[in-house]
Design a protein around this ligand. Structure first.
Ligand code: FDA
Length: 394
């Protein structure tokens, strides 16, 4: 026998749970279905276990999308302050780490508990370990065939996320449903992901494995000042994760080491007072020692003292530190990517409600939509905001 609901939401992640809470509060009879054993698994592992749950500097500029205007309406109607108010209402201790990024003091599990409490209070049913076998149009709505029986609903919300981290249950489900209903998709690719290097480049940089340094990573007009980490597989750290969302195969990235420092001036100042010093010694005051050594040897300046170096040589050397070009071989892919770029074409959705423009009662929210945030709490803010928008309408 079929169960009957006003709203069925597939996906008990960040977006799905927020949508359920809002729809439930409106008095809608809501069920959330998920194939996983536990809800909010990505919330649990996010932010190193402390969940970077929002960013107080959220603006539409922090999102990549073929239509940069699409996210504006939802982000304006559910803001970081709105989410923070919920966090505070539940007595969850939080702190700002850096760059407007808000984290739980204790554990990401506090956010999951908060959402589950809200879900319960809104009278929402939650069905886990439930495989979705098919979705069909039914009389007055939709019919969801699951391993646990049939659900009939007036509104169907797809909140199954992107393809990132398949080991945690990510599937391309949302894209399949979009295709089934004739909605167009934009090419998907891993975002916020470490970049890999080819074997010869890895060998060249082998002595730098484990080195971390402040850098400005740029591709075209996009650039991010954050930490760069060189690993035994390639490049990582926040600066690289950020720029990975803009990088395309075959292109290179530019790294400006120590973007806040005028390195040439620092070297010339040192030459004035301590001309006998080696270039490497001065650089090591600012850069990790192994990195300083790498660049000085690369330039063939390791036997010179500062007094031997002309302004021209110093400027030429420092220019290399300001525009270190690296051509990644690829990325680590969905295995480690934090998000999926691309997805459901926003042109197919109403930006106020997330409902498919031409299909009554069918909604898409969260990461499966072609809206992807920078690193730093923006992706959860999109999940909350798009979930809230659909929750008001479904
Ligand atoms: P989400 O992936 O959260 O939820 C989808 C749900 O659908 C899951 O519960 C899944 O089991 C279910 N599902 C999938 N396929 C299904 C199917 N076929 N049938 C039934 N159910 C199905 N962002 C941020 O802002 N701050 C942070 O600190 C981090 N940290 C972070 C760390 C790591 C390691 C990752 C991988 C990602 C992050 N993110 C992040 C990104 C953030 O986790 C992501 O953007 C949101 O979880 C997206 O929310 P959704 O609800 O759209 O999908």
């Amino acid at each position: 026998m079929a169960e009957n609901y006003d709203v069925a939401i597939i996906g008990a992640g960040a977006a799905g749970m927020m949508c359920a809470i809002e729809a439930g509060k409106r008095g809608r009879r809501v069920i959330v279905l998920d194939h996983a054993k536990a809800p909010g698994e990505k919330i649990r592992i996010s932010g190193g276990g402390r969940c970077n749950f929002t960013n107080i500097h959220t603006t539409p500029k922090a999102f990549l999308s073929a239509n940069p205007h699409f996210c504006k309406s939802a982000l304006a109607r559910f803001t970081p302050q709105d989410f923070l108010a919920m966090v505070e209402r539940h007595g969850i201790a939080w702190h700002e780490k850096t760059l407007g990024q808000l984290f739980c003091d204790d554990s990401a599990k506090d956010i999951i508990r908060m959402l589950l409490t809200e879900i319960r209070e809104a009278g929402v049913s939650l069905k886990l370990s439930t495989a979705i076998e098919a979705v069909e149009r039914g009389v007055g709505g939709y019919r969801v065939l699951t391993s646990e029986g049939r659900i009939d609903c007036a509104s169907l919300v797809i909140a199954t996320g992107g393809k990132s981290i398949p080991k945690m249950g990510a599937t391309g489900f949302a894209y399949k449903i979009a295709e089934q209903f004739g909605l167009s998709l934009l090419e998907t690719r891993p975002g916020l992901v470490p970049l890999t290097l080819d074997p010869s480049e890895l060998e060249r940089l082998a002595s730098l494995s484990g080195v971390a340094v402040d850098a400005r990573a740029s591709v075209g007009k996009a650039s991010f000042d954050e930490a760069l980490l060189i690993t035994h597989r390639g490049l990582s750290g926040p600066a690289i994760l950020q720029i990975s969302s803009y990088w395309r195969e075959g292109g290179d990235i530019s790294l400006r080491l120590l973007p806040a420092l005028d390195i040439a001036k620092a070297v010339k100042d040192a030459r004035r007072g301590q001309g006998k010093q080696a270039l490497q010694t001065v650089l090591s005051e600012h850069l990790p020692k192994r990195l300083a050594q790498f660049f000085v040897e690369l330039a063939g300046l390791h036997t010179k003292s500062l007094a031997d170096l002309s302004d021209k040589v110093i400027d030429g050397f420092c220019a290399r530190l300001s525009d270190w070009r690296i051509k990644p071989a690829g990325s680590e892919g969905y295995r480690t990517a934090e998000v999926t770029l691309g997805g459901i074409d926003t042109g197919e959705l109403d930006s106020r409600t997330m409902q498919a423009r031409n299909i009554d009662g069918l909604f898409f929210i969260g990461e499966c939509v072609d809206v992807t945030g920078w690193l730093g709490g923006y992706n959860f803010q999109w999940a909350w905001a798009s979930g809230f928008a659909a929750g008001q309408a479904a």
